[in-house]
Design a binder for this molecule. Sequence first.
Ligand SMILES: [Ca+2]
Ligand SMILES: [Ca+2]
Length: 132
Amino acid sequence: MSWSMQARNQNRNEKAEWIVPVQISGTIETVDLLDRETTSHYWLTVYATDCGVVPLSSFIEIYIEIGDVNDNAPQTTRPVYYPEVMENSPKDVSVIHIEAADADSSSNDKLTYRITSGNPQGFFFMNPKTGE
Ligand SMILES: [Ca+2]
Ligand SMILES: [Ca+2]
């Protein structure tokens, strides 16, 4: 009996086909690093074919979901911002609103913001949840 397998990636319309070594039980293993941010799932079609004079075969579909690992840092739209605020401005004037995006699904809605330097006198405050 031999196994053959087709991998279809519905996101990109790519198609790959390869033959898995002859085994009685077909084990699917990864052969390269996967990246959920590039491809979040795979549809595999596995054929099992016997060695008869007239070979018979059957197939199954396998859906593989790629679990997320936090392997991307948050990205802001620009590396440096140059906002301006007038002197003598009243308290609570908004200076800038920073927004960052993160490609990891596990990081969705979990980004926090904080000022790490340049604010020794505490003139500025940043909301850790909103980036304002
Ligand atoms: Ca992340
Ligand atoms: Ca990830």
